[in-house]
Design a protein. Structure first.
Length: 557
């Protein structure tokens, strides 16, 4: 080597976007270890008098609050001797074997201890995990969820973006805020915009849990998922929570007819400095089992906001796919992450999504950004609105259903206009700060909040306070819309409020069709058992997926 002289290929490689990402070697003692840490416990179980007295090498009197909850509520001990008696490879092969029914896998996996489940996952490569995901997801038909937020909390832009997102195929949408006190108005914008784009769209406002429950009870939102659970006692205690308090909150939502799922993800305990030296996947298995024991219908998992942590260590993205599979194997609805930006590399961003997109999950994203990432108040998404055509092309390339479909510019402009004008009508009826025609015009054609002017924030915040203080609810919004000529949107809002009474969308993996029909794991169960079975793209749906507007058509040549 010539001193000081560099190989030009290495110089080029070092300037590639992937070198802006953070990477770290495995650090066992602090939990920076994706799967199969030497510190993970050895699987074991001992049952006496119908109670687990030893689990994974630890006596009951030494259990943490998380382990105690899991032992008491999350394991079907009747089948545990049989399930625990099987080898890791035998259980892994059952997951990928098309001749073993999904129901049999669930019977056994709901009887395993956390360490056993983690060991089984570590015996599978990523292709096998994907094969198992295709069989084990709850609902047969995949769907998609999006984020709709903006830096200015601009209500008109939120309504227009929500209307467009629903039109494009997102069946769930989630918002949060830049300024916390805007929460009620953001929920209102998503409600009106979402029901404009497609009746039956489910919306949520991710803020403090008591607030989420209150606005849900008022019919301003339809579901929630930001009810976080953790794998170590220290993190639970630091958050002033326990598994029992989370179970109570789940019952509060269900008893009021509101859909909800928990949230967890590999890396959260490491991020909070309390991983107890265990692997990220092992701790996530505990989270999934807490979710099962608490009676929640499902889980938003796939690392979520902690994705940079597993993304920095070896096998981290494999661990993320494995945690999704664990939730499926315990018969839980899965919103499978893919929602927070974690890499400067487009190749890595795409690779992170492939397992869920290709195998299919209940909700492939728990937050595809339906806005530009500079407007995403969830710290940005792995994919955003600027990636949409790439996403549509990928569906078309591989003949997969990622839950979205092409739409025309004319249709998008029309639905954005209707959503914005519907919100204008509601504001006028409620006596809220005026929404001008100029604001509507900007919102119709905007890329994001950079194209919008500023509103009178103090006056908007007074309106938000009044919305809460005066007890304004979904019926009030529907009345305002019907009075101003938006009867169809008003009927859609009432349709969603009826769902709270019927309770059908409290079933696992539920979403609501535009006519009010609910699809869930009950009436749309995953029946995959090999080629020619399970979800098949219909001829009509395939024509939608194929019809990207920029493709050259033979008749045009």
């Amino acid at each position: 080597m010539v001193a000081g002289k560099r190989n030009k290929r290495f110089e080029v490689l070092e300037n590639r976007p992937v070198h802006k990402d953070g990477f770290i070697g495995e650090w066992i003692d602090v939990g920076l270890y994706a799967m199969g840490s030497p510190n993970d416990p050895t699987p074991s179980i001992r049952i006496e008098g119908g109670k687990i007295v030893e689990m994974d090498g630890k006596r009951r009197e030494d259990f943490s609050i998380v382990e105690q909850f899991v032992a008491d509520y999350s394991i079907n001990i009747q089948n545990s001797p049989e399930a625990m008696g099987k080898s890791n490879l035998e259980l892994a092969r059952m997951l990928v074997d098309i001749n073993v029914p999904r129901s049999e896998c669930i019977r056994l996996f709901t009887s395993l201890t956390p360490a056993k489940i983690a060991w089984v996952m570590d015996s599978m490569n990523i292709t096998e995990i994907m094969m198992a995901m295709q069989k084990m997801r709850c609902r047969q038909t995949p769907a998609n969820q999006c984020h709709v937020t903006n830096f200015k909390d601009h209500p008109v832009l939120l309504a227009a973006d929500a209307a467009e997102a629903a039109l494009r195929g997102f069946k769930e949408m989630e918002t949060t805020v830049a300024v916390a006190r805007y929460g009620p108005l953001n929920a209102l914008s998503l409600l009106v915009g979402g029901q404009t784009g497609r009746p039956g769209t489910l919306s949520q406002d991710a803020l403090e849990e008591a607030f989420e429950l209150e606005i849900g009870m008022r019919g301003l939102t339809n579901y929630a998922e930001t009810v976080s659970v953790y794998g170590t006692e220290r993190v639970f205690v630091d958050g002033d929570d326990t598994p029992w308090s989370k179970a109570f909150l789940a019952s509060a939502y269900a008893s009021r007819g509101l859909k909800m799922r928990f949230t967890s993800g590999t890396g959260s305990e490491v991020e909070m400095g309390a991983a107890d030296g265990k692997s990220m996947l092992y701790l996530e298995v505990l989270c999934v089992m807490v979710t099962k024991g608490a009676g929640s219908q499902g889980l938003q998992n796939g690392s979520i906001s902690c994705v940079g942590v597993p993304g920095a260590v070896p096998s981290g993205l494999r661990a993320i796919a494995a945690e999704n599979l664990v939730a499926m194997a315990l018969d839980l609805e899965v919103a499978s992450g893919n929602d927070q930006s974690f890499s400067h590399s487009d190749q890595r961003r795409t690779a992170r999504t492939i397992p869920q997109l290709f195998a299919g999950t209940d909700w492939i994203f728990s937050g595809y950004s339906a806005v530009p990432n500079y407007d995403n108040m969830f710290a940005g998404s792995n994919w955003d609105i600027d990636d949409l055509d790439d996403y549509l092309a990928t569906q078309r390339d591989f003949k997969i259903d990622g839950g979205l479909f092409p739409v025309s510019e004319e249709d998008v402009i029309a639905i954005r206009s209707k959503g914005a004008r519907a919100l204008q009508a509601v504001y006028e009826e409620l006596g809220f700060p005026r929404i001008t025609d100029e604001e509507i015009e900007r919102a119709i054609y905007a890329h994001g909040s950079k194209d919008m002017g500023d509103r009178d924030v103090p006056e908007d915040l007074k309106a938000a306070e009044r919305l809460m203080k005066d007890g304004i609810n979904g019926v009030d919004i529907a009345k305002a819309l019907a009075k101003r000529g938006f009867r169809d949107i008003a009927e859609s809002i009432i349709l969603m409020m009826r769902q709270r009474v019927a309770g059908d969308y409290l079933q696992t993996s539920a979403w609501v069709e535009s006519d009010g029909t609910v699809f869930s794991a009950i009436n749309d169960p995953n029946r995959y058992s090999g080629p020619g079975t399970g979800y098949a793209i219909s001829k009509e749906r395939w024509e939608q997926i194929k019809d990207i507007p920029w493709a050259v058509r033979p008749e045009d040549v």
